[in-house]
Ligand binder design. Structure first.
Ligand code: ADP
Ligand code: MG
Length: 399
């Protein structure tokens, strides 16, 4: 476990940065991580140019970016988040903050368009057009993609937005959705599992309602029960595997960000037909399936206490950031390429020490676009950003 943690940790360190954690065994692992990072150098996803037309507050924008940390600054409401959102839409095919895509189109316009140019090993160009009522048109290297989702299988991007805090602070449903989406990113072959389980569950619940209403027999439930048990067990095991894979990296990143004894846990319990049969009367009465992964939770804790109930805002934010960084590390190891990071308003509620530690954890060879209202929020001790982009209403310019 420890070796793994150090390896993930090491993946993000350049030799010039001293580890901030007090881990005596880290030296060897760090250089191992660096060697790997060296050979991965060409694969980091780097966006080199952003071109926008009628996207949110931007009528027309041409902006060149560079690898490393890109700091996007400007007062509240000028369009910083819009720019990050545009990069997400251009690279993943959807917005991280809304499903209502009409909102992406600049007021009074018909079509929003995001084009990105970049590289991750080989060069790429994307072109995403959003036209309400007409859906989306997505092109990768000139070829139209049948579905916008295919973009995210090809390009690796992770976003932190302030509403992601709900992953730690919110109810179990938010965590389940977050980890199930992560499951899709890290194990593409299991991307549909949560959806399939959800469908089987809904069918079983409908069948339970019919039994309760006296419209059908208990025997009619059987096929749904065995499907729910089979898919439920698969989903449960997949989540446990995911959390097991992520936990060492999460621990290392969270410690480096200053959380005490962080832990990430998911207890797989499986789901059997016998368990569902045992509680059948109860389930019929409520017309709801009362056991299964749709009721389980991932525990995110520090110093033995669940952060959801006992963490400060700052600790909760730190934990979410550690999750994002941990996923970035695992993605870099497992998938085609390590991701571009989009961190929105990431410095709020973090003290200067934590802000500096966060910057030290960012992939030195990758690209991180982060927003801050005040350029002064950028910790003075940290290496300067590779590029500062100043945003004013409708415009963004490198300074
Ligand atoms: N579809 C749209 N068309 C034009 N302006 C928009 C659209 N959607 C949001 N905006 C404007 O974008 C601004 C908010 O930008 P945002 O990126 O969230 O600001 P911040 O810099 O604080 O992150 C608001 O002024 C809002 O009116
Ligand atoms: Mg914002």
């Amino acid at each position: 476990m420890l070796v793994d943690a150090d390896r993930f940790h090491g993946l993000y360190r350049s030799t010039s940065q001293a580890p901030t954690t007090d881990t005596s065994s880290i030296g060897k692992a760090v250089s191992l991580g660096c060697m790997r990072a060296e050979s991965d150098q060409a694969r980091w996803l780097i966006v080199e140019h952003v071109s926008l037309r009628n996207f949110r507050s931007y009528g027309e924008l041409e902006l060149a970016l560079v690898p490393g940390v890109v700091l996007v600054t400007g007062p509240n409401g000028v369009g910083k988040t819009n720019l990050l959102e545009a990069i997400h839409v251009g690279s993943q095919g959807f917005s991280p903050r809304t499903r209502a895509e009409t909102r992406l189109v600049r007021f009074g316009e018909r079509i929003a368009r995001v084009r990105l140019r970049g590289r991750d090993g080989s060069g790429f160009e994307t072109d995403v057009e959003v036209e309400p009522g007409q859906g989306k048109r997505v092109r990768l290297n000139g070829a139209q993609l049948p579905a916008a989702e295919e973009l995210r299988l090809r390009l690796s991007v992770l976003a932190f937005t302030p509403d992601r805090l709900a992953v730690v602070k919110g109810g179990p449903i938010v965590r389940r959705a977050y980890f199930d989406r992560m499951l899709g990113r890290l194990f593409p072959s299991r991307a549909e599992l949560a959806l399939e389980y959800g469908r089987a569950l809904a069918q079983r619940n409908r069948a339970l309602r019919r039994v309760r209403a006296g419209e059908s027999s208990r025997a009619a439930l059987e096929p749904w029960t065995s499907q729910v048990a089979a898919l439920g067990t698969q989903l449960d095991e997949a989540r446990a595997e995911l959390v097991g894979l992520l936990a060492p990296a999460f621990g290392a990143q969270a410690v480096a960000l200053g959380l005490e004894r962080p832990s990430l846990r998911y207890e797989p319990r499986g789901l059997t037909v016998e368990e569902l049969d045992r509680r059948l009367e109860h389930d019929v009465e409520r017309a709801a399936t009362g056991a299964g992964p749709h009721l389980r939770d991932v525990e995110i804790a520090a110093a033995g206490r669940e952060l959801r109930s006992y963490g400060s805002q700052g600790e909760q934010r730190t934990a979410v950031l550690a999750l994002v960084l941990a996923e970035a590390g695992v993605l870099g190891e497992r998938r085609a390429g390590p991701p571009l990071l989009l961190l929105d308003d990431v410095f709020s509620e973090l003290d200067e020490g934590r802000r500096a530690r966060l910057l030290a954890l960012l992939p030195p060879r990758g690209q991180t676009v982060l927003t801050a209202t005040e350029p002064e929020a950028y910790p003075p001790g940290a290496a300067a950003p590779a590029l500062v982009v100043a945003v004013t209403p409708g415009a963004a310019e490198a300074t």
